[in-house]
Design a protein around this ligand. Structure first.
Ligand code: COA
Length: 199
């Protein structure tokens, strides 16, 4: 049975696992990092903890099989991360303290998180991440999860949403226009930013 629901605290290990197995531009990042937790600390954990009401997980008999993790106000979320999420992680992982270069690149993001431009946030203040385990990809679940996140954000009065896609992730780039994202922009060699404005 496949169930879609808001995340609970006991889902966090499964959510972190999905983040890792999709963590190399949509492909398995397991072999990429010595520390399997770091990527989830950045792209998954704070979302599920701060905004479970805008997050949905897919659960089946194997455990957590995927998620959509959304925040309605990116700058407010970043401020919460600064006071509640990053301090303990910055203490645990000083800059350059990890075992490999790839891990240290993630540690650097813990100390200096990526920030999307103000011009994008004016129209598209929300953002999200969506990832499904390979066993559940290509079955329409991504479309369902995006629909649920958009419905929750719209219901909260959010006016627009953006998300960033790694240029190497061709699957992600094919997916977003199919599920309602109308804007697409890339500045210099940064990520591809997809956007959707709520009517
Ligand atoms: C990208 C992802 C979320 C899409 O979810 P999904 O459940 O596989 O996609 P769906 O089955 O709901 O497909 C919805 C539409 O997108 C299209 N689509 C999805 N993945 C695609 C791909 N890799 N290539 C081409 N089209 C794709 C489908 O054909 C479908 O179009 P249609 O309904 O018009 O026929 C999922 O495949 C995934 O988690 N991939 C790995 C992690 C990842 O890349 N996450 C995004 C990071 S930005």
């Amino acid at each position: 049975m496949t169930e879609i629901r808001h995340p609970l605290p006991h889902d966090l290990p499964g959510i972190y696992d999905i983040c890792l197995v999709t963590g190399d531009a949509g492909s398995d990042g397991t072999g990429l990092y010595a520390n399997p937790d770091l990527i989830g600390h950045i792209y998954a954990g704070p979302y599920a903890v701060r905004h479970p009401e805008f997050a949905f997980v897919v659960a089946d008999e194997h455990g957590i099989g995927g998620y959509v993790l959304a925040v309605p106000d990116t700058r407010a979320f970043e401020a919460w991360e600064e006071s509640e999420w990053w301090p303990a992680l910055r203490a645990q992982y000083p800059v350059g303290s990890a075992a490999t270069d790839a891990d240290n690149a993630l540690v650097a993001l813990i100390h200096e998180p990526e920030r999307i431009a103000d011009e994008v946030l004016v129209r598209y203040p929300a953002h999200l991440h969506i990832d499904l385990h390979p066993r559940l990809q290509g079955r329409g679940l991504g479309r369902v999860l995006i629909g649920k996140a958009l419905e929750a954000l719209r219901g909260a009065g959010v006016t627009g949403l953006h998300l960033a896609v790694d240029p190497r992730n061709s699957g992600g780039q094919a997916f977003y226009p199919r599920v309602g994202f109308t804007g697409q922009e890339r500045v210099d060699d940064g990520p591809i930013v997809f956007t959707i404005e709520f009517g």
